[in-house]
Design a protein around this ligand. Structure first.
Ligand code: HEC
Length: 220
């Protein structure tokens, strides 16, 4: 009973300490998302996140053997859903990735590569609360096999080749305006003179059916 009392008091003091640390950081550094998190804040956040991932999940090994095919699936999934924040190369050097707080990290580096397969899987399935990182899992008990392809791709980031990056550029989602621009440039480079208005004009103007963006917009 006494022991339990001490445990509760210890826990309350821990919560108060973390709370006052966060409050000090907010008062001192403001609430702008433009700032870069202090090293201490980042270390505390990483540690808390590690504690929040169950031990048995952390130890899980990928049930999907890495092959050229599974890697290709991870790569195209990444280009379609993740690159908008993380960049095709995983450096996080994108307009959104740079503007988030905390920023999208350079995932080629040790801090990410040291995470276990299970930790990467858990993060991708569930997202990271209070950050820009969304959860992508369908909520099933065993997670999605696509998530394992993504884990394999994250592991591959430090060795990504120029050919792979080029291929991914074709898989990145594009707006209608970007597609029209591309078409215009292509027509111009081929010396075709005026671009094809049916392609360049927005579908509303031509009465054509709305074209979905390139790539699969469905998160699965
Ligand atoms: C809207 C922006 C956004 C999108 C889209 C996004 N992420 Fe993230 N992701 C983030 C941010 C921001 C972080 C850093 C969070 C933090 O520091 O705690 C992050 C962190 C991660 C991490 C942890 C890295 C580390 O070192 O801690 C993994 C793994 C990850 N993302 C994978 C993915 C995958 C796979 C996808 C696509 C299915 C994806 N993310 C899509 C914003 C995004």
């Amino acid at each position: 009973m006494r022991r339990a009392g001490w445990a509760v008091a210890g826990f309350a003091m821990g919560v108060a300490a973390v709370g006052s640390l966060l409050l000090t950081l907010v008062l001192h550094r403001g609430v702008s998302a433009r700032a870069t998190p202090a090293a201490l804040e980042e270390a505390v956040a990483r540690r808390l996140r590690q504690l929040a991932i169950p031990d048995e999940v952390r130890r899980v090994k990928s049930p999907v053997a890495p092959t050229a095919d599974t890697l290709a699936m991870g790569r195209s999934h990444w280009a379609d859903h993740c690159a908008v924040c993380h960049g095709n190369d995983g450096r996080g050097d994108t307009a959104i990735g740079r503007g988030l707080y905390p920023r999208a990290p350079d995932m080629r580096l040790d801090a990410t590569q040291r995470l276990t397969d299970g930790e990467l899987f858990f993060i991708i399935e569930n997202g990271i609360r209070f950050t820009g990182m969304p959860g992508w899992g369908g909520g099933g008990p065993d997670g999605d096999v696509e998530t394992w392809h993504l884990v394999q791709f994250v592991r591959h980031l430090p060795e990504l080749t120029a050919e792979e990056l080029l291929e991914m550029e074709h898989l990145n989602p594009k707006t209608r305006a970007e597609l029209a621009d591309q078409e215009e440039t292509r027509a111009y480079l081929e010396g075709g003179g005026a671009p094809d208005p049916a392609v360049v004009d927005p579908p509303e103007a031509t009465g054509a059916a709305a074209r979905p963006p390139v790539g699969d917009a469905d998160p699965d």
